[in-house]
Unconditional design. Structure first.
Length: 148
């Protein structure tokens, strides 16, 4: 059974992705659902097709040691390199903060100033002091540091 998604700011909880999207854009956005997310079943099917090549990555649990502080990952959703890192974070159930820096986001400049260049994914681990780029190296680090 799927668990409900809960907005910690309001206590509102719901299960269905279409309802969650409508709620989020109504509560935190301009109320307009982006066209590509308004296609219901078609959106679900196309997202499912995109996952076929990943063979279920990110959908199974790997035992891990939970860090005291959440990790921070700078990424943007369509990047295949960021997706690989997010899959491992999810599989290990590691608490993390996603710093979304899509094209046009001012967060890109923040990351540029912090790291001296822009590249994602970028991981910051406040538990070990590690800061790193390169998805393959981040995945290797996460598994070596946190997998049980």
């Amino acid at each position: 059974m799927e668990s409900a998604q809960v907005d910690p700011n309001t206590g509102v909880s719901m299960y269905e992705s279409d309802d969650i999207i409508k709620y989020l854009v109504g509560k935190y956005g301009d109320g307009s659902v982006p066209f590509m997310l308004s296609l219901g079943l078609l959106t679900t099917l196309t997202e499912g097709f995109a996952m076929i090549g990943r063979m279920g990555k990110g959908s199974s649990y790997t035992p891990s040691k939970l860090p005291p502080k959440p990790l921070e990952i700078w990424a943007y959703e369509p990047s295949p390199f960021c997706k690989v890192v997010r899959e491992v974070l999810v599989e290990l159930e590691l608490p993390h903060l996603l710093r979304s820096c899509a094209r046009g986001s001012p967060k890109r400049q923040v990351l540029y100033e912090k790291a001296k260049h822009f590249q994602v994914p970028y991981l910051e681990d406040p538990n070990t002091g590690v800061q790193m780029f390169e998805s393959a190296e981040i995945v290797e680090y996460l598994r070596a540091t946190y997998a049980s």
